[in-house]
Design a protein around this ligand. Structure first.
Ligand code: KG4
Ligand code: ZN
Length: 403
């Protein structure tokens, strides 16, 4: 019998797709069961506590933790969904981008299951997962083009969807990702890794202390923080790339400016090597809270400015927001305000657990890929790749995904 797609038990067609999805690209071990676009279970084991002491994710620790947890997470995902492995119709796994040795753990497990149960295997683009986390597959009433904004610890990018399956990256960060910049700034303030959620919380508590204005000094657009009810300017930070004229972002200038601000407020000479300073030991709690307001505002405003510019170039009706930083209430407020003003419909996952890394979003992207296969007989290269029993070995080679 010829080897290939037909040899597999069930492929694509019709409804009743029961996808088992696996995600191990970074520091979350996650397995989900997704039936026809509905998430039946989405179990996530976060390794955060294992990496905290190092101030970031350590790949070798991540790999061992994925290996130790994957079977338990798989079992729980099946139990919660009340599904047995022999009912599953497709296996999906994050194939990239991510930490190679962490990805391998999920890929190995996915191959093992697909071989044992003779199922088609989908290697899914992690960023397509973040994007489709915002998609309500039951509501087909969409207008294209649509804009996507993905903001995570590893990526910050603007995408254009010409249709449901054609995704193009039109802007991205030139250096740090937005979440990464939050985490680094948090470290300067002496906050624990990952700092994004803490900055968000402290900023929320301190926002009313400052009157925030966007003001331009010559060429630079600044976020300026005035004492509430007063005309006293307390702090200012530049909004990165406000005048770059393209859709790219950058966080290195903001990070340096934030470091200088911390040094000035701490009374540390900014003539010192900047890398060794930017520590918040001498700041008051009030100052730390207010600096969180300032940094958050500058880091997020650049995203809104870039979306505004993107909308001029690509007149979209829909806007999808995804990635871990979308858990930020301030970002959601700013994007919602922008969407109302610009008359675009704003979409975000209904559940916060779908924003940070999770297998549910990988199952959703796999669902979109299978729908495309059904409708068009192909899967867009930057969403997923379909592997059959005889080409599982090729799966180790990461496709050059550009999202
Ligand atoms: O998508 P994600 O879970 O992992 C990656 O694929 O990178 O995103 C994690 C990032 C971290 O940098 C974290 O600090 C940031 O998302 N993050 C936040 C918030 N919650 C998570 N950043 C700002 N405000 C938040 N509320
Ligand atoms: Zn991610």
């Amino acid at each position: 019998m010829a080897k290939g797609i037909l040899q597999l038990k069930r492929v694509g067609g019709g409804m009743n797709k029961l996808i088992l999805a696996i995600e191990t690209s970074c520091d979350e071990t996650s397995v989900a069961v997704v039936r026809d676009g509905e998430i039946l279970s989405n179990v996530v084991f976060s390794q955060l506590d294992l990496h905290k002491a190092y101030g970031g994710v350590v790949p070798s620790i991540a790999r061992v933790a994925h290996e130790n947890k994957i079977n338990e997470v798989l079992k729980e995902a099946l139990e919660v969904a009340n599904v047995a492995l022999n009912q599953v119709t497709h296996i999906a796994v994050t194939q990239g981008p991510g930490l190679a040795i962490a990805l391998e753990v999920g890929i190995r497990k996915a191959k093992e299951l697909a071989a044992e149960y003779k199922l088609p295997l989908l290697g899914v683009n992690h960023m397509a997962g973040h994007l489709y986390s915002a998609l309500d597959l039951k509501n087909a009433d969409w207008e294209f083009p649509a804009l996507g904004l993905l903001v995570s610890g590893g990526h910050t990018e603007i995408l254009v969807l010409e249709d449901l399956y054609s995704i193009r990256k039109v802007g991205q960060t030139l250096d740090d990702a937005c979440g990464e910049a939050f985490d680094k700034f948090a470290t300067m303030l002496g906050l624990e890794y990952p700092g994004g959620p803490q900055i968000s919380k402290l900023a929320g508590q301190s926002r009313s202390q400052l009157d925030i204005r966007l003001e331009r000094d010559q060429q630079t657009l600044f976020v300026k923080g005035y004492a509430a009810g007063d005309e006293e300017l307390k702090y200012q930070l530049p909004i990165p790339m406000a005048n770059s004229g393209d859709l790219n972002m950058s966080y290195s200038g903001l990070k340096t400016a934030a470091k200088q601000l911390i040094n000035e407020l701490s009374g540390v000479s900014h003539k010192l090597d900047i890398k060794q300073t930017g520590r918040a030991e001498k700041l008051t709690e009030e100052q730390i809270g207010e600096l969180c307001v300032m940094f958050e505002e500058a880091a997020l405003r650049t995203l809104v400015l870039k979306l505004e510019a993107a909308l001029k170039q690509f007149p979209a009706q829909e806007l999808l927001l995804g990635g871990g930083v979308a858990a930020s209430p301030r970002l959601r407020d700013l994007i919602a305000e922008f969407a109302t003003k610009s008359q675009v419909r704003f979409h975000i996952a209904p559940d916060r657990a779908l924003l940070t890394d999770n297998a549910g979003m990988i199952g959703l992207a796999a669902t979109v890929a299978l729908r495309q296969l059904e409708e068009q007989g192909k899967i867009s290269e930057n969403i997923a790749k379909l592997y059959n029993l005889n080409d599982f070995e090729q799966m180790d080679r990461m496709p050059g995904w550009d999202l």
